[in-house]
Design a protein around this ligand. Structure first.
Ligand SMILES: Cc1cc2nc3c(=O)[nH]c(=O)nc-3n(C[C@H](O)[C@H](O)[C@H](O)COP(=O)(O)OP(=O)(O)OC[C@H]3O[C@@H](n4cnc5c(N)ncnc54)[C@H](O)[C@@H]3O)c2cc1C
Length: 458
């Protein structure tokens, strides 16, 4: 085992154990912890590096959270608070200001905190819920100077909503992801003049509702098929040059114009936070940047599960919560198997989940025409497992994003050329995640084990 090589023989707190350890106390981790507890896991520990729980939600003070899960519109902090309260009430333990440094295939977690120093936890199951981070400005090659006044949209959101500091007076936003759109509205409400949102693609990166509610309702111009071609200013940003792009997405210099501004925000994408996962040897899907998972949210390493933005970037927190619930319940079941505790009254008396696993095989789900990625990438086939167990997981929900926008299309799920599910869609856009349900019992075993999801013309 390669883990903790430098720590061998040192006096660690080796007695630390958890049935389920959850890394990350955002909405995914909190939902997973609640579900693990509800599913019978005894000791569930959430490890969070920040001083507070809730992940990104405490800085998202706008409404728009929880429409699906709670049937009401909440702010980010309100949504987080409901899960923090519930997790506390079911007996989840929290370790705040604790940074996980390593996860091993033997289900050990190494973390550090100012209070406890170095900690090693042996776990029955681990849930990765580390969220994602913003693509930094350095990922882009932009000519010009490097003055003050340039932020990622999330940093600016934290400055305004948590620290109470305005980043500037006149802003331009590069990229039309949801964080940038929401910040365009937020800055406007705080009296900042948002000059423009500039998007290199010919379609917006964020949700249609955010384009309407955050830009159109405030008359903020959105330049699609444009980019920033130069940054101006020495000590402080003085403005940016903006130009349309050609087919190769290169700026057309002859059509460039200048927009004065003292603030530039980057909203150019989010990257799932998977250094821990990759170092543990977990298979990563290059299309999502997150672990390959089954529909039970189990990664390629048995006993290690993942949920939320660490798996793929979600538009809506409600879907993050749904993933977390699935991961939590499955992790609790796995932890019981690891603890060799017989689970009476479930899958075969005294047999525990191992008997179910023997009867299960895994199929694959692949992106087909005009589909950038699918999650999960694998699904569990319950084969001859008892009917109750099979029925419990009868619906297979597949999330996907299209590669290109399209109208009047049909979403098809097929196996070896036979279409299992067709769903009409008036519009599909890469900025909006789609979900499709398949009846698992309708998947014919004689047709192989690979489902393909495609978006085709009607
Ligand atoms: C600006 C913005 C606006 C949004 N607006 C909406 C909206 O209006 N409606 C909606 O439904 N959704 C919205 N979303 C989406 C939603 O907030 C996210 O999808 C959701 O927060 C993701 O949850 P998560 O738990 O996966 O990740 P996060 O919320 O990012 O939580 C991950 C947690 O893991 C912790 N962590 C990471 N690494 C470690 C480590 N090594 N050790 C310990 N802890 C670690 C982090 O500190 C963090 O607390 C918005 C998102 C953003 C960024």
């Amino acid at each position: 085992m390669k883990a903790f090589p430098g720590l061998k023989g040192k006096d660690l707190r080796k007695d630390l154990r958890a049935d389920v350890a959850v890394i990350g106390g955002g909405p995914a981790g909190l939902a997973a912890a609640v579900a693990a507890k509800r599913a019978g896991a005894e000791r569930v520990v959430v490890i969070e590096r920040d001083v507070r729980l809730g992940g990104i939600l405490p800085q998202c003070i706008h409404t728009g959270f929880g429409l699906k899960w709670f049937g009401e519109e909440l702010t980010g902090p309100e949504y987080a608070a409901r899960f923090v309260d519930e997790a506390a009430s079911v007996g989840v333990e929290f370790m705040l200001e604790t940074m996980v440094l390593e996860v091993t295939q033997e289900r050990r977690v190494a973390a550090v905190s100012p209070r406890h120093g170095l900690i090693v936890l042996q776990c029955g199951a681990i849930i990765l819920a580390m969220g994602c981070r913003e693509r930094p400005r350095g990922a882009l090659v932009l000519p010009g100077t490097r003055p003050a006044g340039i932020f990622t949209a999330g940093t600016a959101q934290r400055l305004v909503n948590i620290e109470g500091v305005l980043p500037g007076r006149q802003a331009v936003i590069l990229g039309s992801g949801d964080v940038g759109l929401i910040m365009a509205r937020r800055l406007t409400l705080e009296g900042v003049k948002v000059q423009a949102v500039v998007e290199i693609m010919t379609y917006p990166g964020g949700l249609a509702r955010n384009v309407q509610q955050c830009l159109r309702d405030f008359d903020i111009p959105l330049y699609l098929g444009h980019t920033i071609s130069r940054i101006h200013g020495r000590d402080r940003l003085e403005g940016v040059s903006v130009a349309p792009v050609d087919d190769a997405r290169m700026p057309i210099a002859s059509e460039e114009w200048f927009i004065p501004c003292d603030t530039l925000l980057f909203s150019v994408g989010l990257i799932p936070e998977n250094e821990l996962s990759a170092a543990c040897g977990i298979e990563i899907d290059p299309a999502t940047g997150g672990p390959v998972v089954t529909d039970e949210m189990e990664t390629s390493v048995p006993g290690i599960f993942a949920c939320g933005n660490v798996v793929h970037v979600h538009d809506l927190v409600d879907h993050v919560t749904e993933d977390g619930m699935v991961a939590g319940a499955a992790a609790a079941a796995r932890a019981r198997v690891e603890a060799r505790t017989p689970v009476l009254g479930e899958v075969g008396k005294d047999a525990g989940l191992e008997s179910l696993q023997v009867l299960c095989t895994t199929g694959e789900i692949r992106p087909g025409r005009n589909v950038r990625y699918v999650v999960p990438q694998r699904f569990v086939r319950h084969g001859d497992a008892p009917a109750a167990a099979a029925a419990a997981a009868r619906t297979l929900t597949i999330s996907l994003r299209p590669s290109e926008p399209a109208e009047n299309v049909v979403l098809e799920v097929s196996i070896a050329g036979r279409v299992l599910r067709r769903q009409r869609k008036q519009k599909v856009r890469p900025g909006e995640m789609i979900q499709v349900n398949v009846d698992r019992l309708a998947i014919p075993s004689e047709k192989g084990d690979t489902l393909t999801v495609s978006i085709v013309e009607r």
